[in-house]
Design a protein around this ligand. Structure first.
Ligand SMILES: NC(=O)c1ccc[n+]([C@@H]2O[C@H](COP(=O)([O-])OP(=O)(O)OC[C@H]3O[C@@H](n4cnc5c(N)ncnc54)[C@H](OP(=O)(O)O)[C@@H]3O)[C@@H](O)[C@H]2O)c1
Length: 325
C-alpha cells in the first residue's frame, strides 16, 4: 500500500484526506513513478472546490496534483526510452501527483539533472510550461510546444509586462522573458519587490494607477504605449485595463486568469500546452543558471490541508511543493 491525497466531496482544503491506496498500474505508454516531490498549483484547488466540475468532473475518491519529479518504478507496455530507476520530471498522466506513487505518460517526461534539487524539479513542469507557452504565444521566445503562436519574437530592448510576477507562473515567466533578452516589468506587492529584482524584473505595485506607475518605471511619457507585450496571471481589472493602456497591439496581450474578460478587452485567452521538447528547453535553462524554481515552502503529504490553505490564500511567492522522504 501507499499514501495518496484524495477528496470525496467538493469543498475547501479541509476535505482533503491522506489515504492508503494501491500503487496505480501503468497502462500502455505510461510509467509508474515513486514521487520525490510534487508542486501545487491553483488548478489543483479548482478541481477540489468544484469550480472545474463542468469540464473536468471529479471521480471520487479523486486524487490531486499535476506535476512531479521522481524515479521510474514500473514501466507499462509500449514504453520506449525509460527504464526502472530513471530520475525524471514532468506532468502526471492525470491528477494524482500528490501521492507516493503516480502515473505519467512516458512521452511527456524528461530526465532530471542530478544537481537539480528534487523540490525544484517537482515544481517546474506545470508553471514552467504555462509560462513558456504563453510567452511564445505573445511572441516571446521559442519552444511553444506545437509551434503555434504569433511568431513575432521579441528581442533585446523590447519590453514585457507580467502581472502576478511573484507567483508560480509569473516568477518563471519573468526569468524566461529576461533570458530571451526582454526588459521585464513585474507586478507584485511591495514585500515581493526584492524577489522580483533578483529574478530580473523591475517591480511595480499592482492596483489602481498601475499604467502610470509602469510608465514612470520605464521613463515613458504620459499616455504613451511603451510596453510591447503583457502577460496576465492575476486576472484583475486593474491588470487588464493597464495592459490595454500600455500595449498598442492587443494580440500581444494575453491572460491565463481572466477567461471571462477577454472579449470585453479584445485580448487573448492563453492556455498551457505541454511537450517534452518544451520541458527539456526549460530544464536546459535551469542548467544554464537562467531559470530557478523558487520554492517558498515544502510540505509533507500529511500537511496537505495546511499546504492547500497557503495556496488558496493567493499570495504564494514562487511555488509550494510536497516532498516525500
Ligand atoms: N489556463 C492555464 O493553462 C493555466 C495554467 C496555469 C495557471 N493558470 C492560472 O494562472 C493564474 C496564476 O497561477 P499561479 O500558479 O502563478 O498562481 P499563484 O502562484 O498562486 O499566484 C500567487 C501570486 O499572485 C500574486 N497576486 C495576488 N493578487 C495579485 C494582484 N491583484 N495583482 C498581481 N499579482 C497578484 C501574489 O503576489 P503578492 O503576494 O505580491 O500579492 C502571488 O505571488 C491562476 O489563476 C491559475 O489558475 C492557468
Amino acid at each position: 500500500m501507499s499514501s495518496a491525497i484524495v477528496f470525496t466531496e467538493y469543498g475547501g482544503p479541509e476535505v482533503l484526506r491522506l489515504v492508503d491506496a494501491e500503487p496505480p498500474a501503468p497502462a500502455a505508454g505510461q510509467v509508474r513513478i515513486r514521487v520525490h516531490a510534487a508542486g501545487l498549483q491553483p488548478a489543483d484547488s479548482l478541481l477540489r472546490s468544484g469550480r472545474f466540475r463542468t469540464f473536468m468532473p471529479a471521480r471520487f475518491p479523486q486524487r490531486v496534483g499535476n506535476e512531479l519529479a521522481g524515479v521510474v518504478e514500473a514501466v507499462g507496455p509500449d514504453v520506449d526510452g525509460w527504464q526502472i530507476g530513471a530520475a525524471v520530471l514532468g506532468p502526471a498522466a492525470a491528477p494524482g501527483a500528490h501521492a507516493e506513487y503516480a502515473l505519467a505518460d512516458a512521452a511527456q517526461l524528461v530526465a532530471k539533472p542530478a544537481d537539480l534539487p528534487w523540490s525544484q524539479a517537482g515544481a517546474l513542469s506545470a508553471s514552467g510550461q504555462t509560462a513558456a507557452t504563453c510567452l511564445f504565444d505573445l511572441g516571446i521566445g521559442e519552444g511553444g510546444g506545437n509551434g503555434e503562436g504569433v511568431g513575432k519574437n521579441i528581442g533585446e530592448g523590447d519590453t514585457v509586462l507580467i502581472h502576478g510576477a511573484a507567483g508560480g507562473v509569473g516568477s518563471m515567466a519573468v526569468q524566461i522573458a529576461a533570458a530571451r533578452g526582454a526588459r521585464v516589468i513585474g507586478t507584485a506587492s511591495e514585500r515581493n519587490h526584492e524577489f522580483l529584482r533578483d529574478l530580473g524584473a523591475v517591480p511595480v505595485v499592482y492596483g489602481p494607477g498601475l499604467a502610470e506607475r509602469v510608465r514612470q518605471a520605464l521613463g515613458a511619457a504620459a499616455g504613451s504605449t511603451p510596453v510591447d507585450a503583457a502577460f496576465d496571471t492575476a486576472g484583475t481589472d486593474d491588470a487588464l485595463s493597464a495592459s490595454v493602456e500600455l500595449v498598442a497591439d492587443r494580440s500581444r496581450i494575453g491572460t491565463v486568469a481572466a477567461a471571462a474578460d477577454v472579449e470585453r478587452y479584445g485580448i487573448r485567452r492563453l492556455s498551457t500546452r505541454r511537450s517534452a521538447e518544451q520541458l527539456r528547453s526549460l530544464v536546459a535553462l535551469t542548467e544554464a543558471g537562467r531559470l530557478k524554481v523558487s520554492v517558498q515552502q515544502t510540505f509533507t503529504l500529511e500537511q496537505a490541508v495546511e499546504a492547500y490553505k497557503e495556496l488558496d490564500g493567493g499570495h504564494v511567492r514562487g511555488k509550494l511543493v510536497f516532498v516525500m522522504p
